[in-house]
Design a protein around this ligand. Structure first.
Ligand code: KG4
Ligand code: ZN
Length: 338
């Protein structure tokens, strides 16, 4: 069985074809980062227009790379939410139209379920049950996962998501967009512990996060010190350490609470090298196992949507009214089980 996956929730146009026997046949990605970098963040209207111009050539490229044409595709999976409504609608309209003309089901996928399942694209896949830390630009969530489609939210950010905190702090430091990877590169040149920022909400019990206060710490520190490159790197390093330690403390707490022995980290911030280094070490010491997707599958991509579509294929009810629905706000816990 072959599923075409379409991801257009934000500023990446991702198209992939997943074959249930052969695995991933093609993965095409167009990033709009350069377009939005002039504005310091995603401009929704520009994002939708850019998806419109890139999506069809990318689908053609994916079919060509796989040596397939429309009649070889058994389902079209697309990100139906959460995300920017205009961007989601571009992917949904194309997906539902193709599915109608090819006479195959269209499958609405939750973007965060795509992220959560992305480590399944790798050879070393996690078995159930596991704790998943989803860390992206829009979400920071800890989820107890007992099977495909069986997700229990254990904790989440009460304000900024981890990726959002990276991006906003990068902006304060005058770095480009998206700021997470740029700030992280800068942090590598920082002097450890010259500045120490709090690990928010780690002293109290519970699994929620709050990252917005770290921006204030960064802004205050910037006011009090010189604006040399070294100081900026030292601040970036202190910020990254604070986020990484906070995520790590809460992951260990979630593992203790569930008794699960496996941790999955997914979403854009999951590509962060400092996070991987520190968490790998601690999880190993605890005798537990950690799973990630490769860095290009941590950030938004079509492969994770195609894979999630394959998992949801059998439980998909074909919608006969030909409606095209997207859900800009959509809770993972509202997903039907599989
Ligand atoms: O999952 P993703 O591509 O999109 C959303 O679903 O939001 O995540 C994007 C987020 C951005 O905030 C970006 O700055 C952050 O992930 N990010 C990183 C790194 N790579 C991407 N943050 C820290 N370190 C990185 N290496
Ligand atoms: Zn994402």
């Amino acid at each position: 069985m072959r599923v075409l996956g379409i991801e257009t929730s934000c500023d990446d146009t991702g198209i992939a074809i997943y074959d249930s026997d052969l695995g991933l046949l093609s993965n095409q990605l167009y990033s709009q980062a350069k377009l939005h970098s002039h504005y310091g963040g995603v401009v929704p209207e520009l994002a939708s227009r850019d998806h419109m111009s890139k999506i069809v050539p990318l689908i053609q490229a994916a079919l060509q790379e796989s040596g397939l044409n429309g009649k070889d595709i058994n389902a079209v999976a697309y990100t139906a939410g959460p995300g920017l409504v205009g961007s989601l609608l571009v992917g949904a309209c194309i997906a539902c139209s193709l599915a109608f003309s090819w006479n195959v089901p269209s499958i609405a996928i939750h973007h965060m379920e795509g992220h959560l399942l992305s480590p399944m694209l790798e050879e070393d896949r996690p078995l159930f049950p596991f704790v998943a830390l989803l860390v992206s630009g829009g979400h920071t969530q800890l989820i107890a996962v007992t099977d495909f489609g069986k997700y229990t939210l254990m904790g989440q950010s009460l304000d900024d998501a981890a990726g959002e905190a990276f991006d906003k702090t990068a902006k304060l430091l005058g770095l480009g967009y998206p700021g997470g990877p740029i700030l992280s590169d800068m942090a590598q040149h920082g002097v450890k512990n010259r500045f120490i920022f709090p690990r928010p909400m780690t002293k109290k019990p519970g699994l929620n996060f709050s990252f917005s206060g770290l921006k204030t710490c960064v802004a205050r520190t910037l006011c009090k010190h010189d604006n040399s490159r070294q100081t900026y790197s030292d601040i970036a390093c202190a910020f990254e350490d604070a986020v990484v330690d906070t995520l790590l403390i809460k992951c260990c707490r979630a593992l203790d609470q569930t008794g699960f022995k496996r941790l999955v980290i997914a979403g854009g911030v999951g590509a962060n090298r400092a996070l991987r280094r520190k968490i790998n070490k601690i999880i190993k010491q605890r005798g537990e196992k950690i799973f990630y997707a490769r860095p290009e599958f941590c950030t938004d991509n079509g492969a994770m949507i195609a894979y999630a579509g394959m998992i949801r294929f059998n439980s998909t009810v074909i919608d006969s009214n030909l409606g095209i629905t997207v859900h800009p706000k959509w809770l993972l816990s509202d997903l039907p089980s599989i």
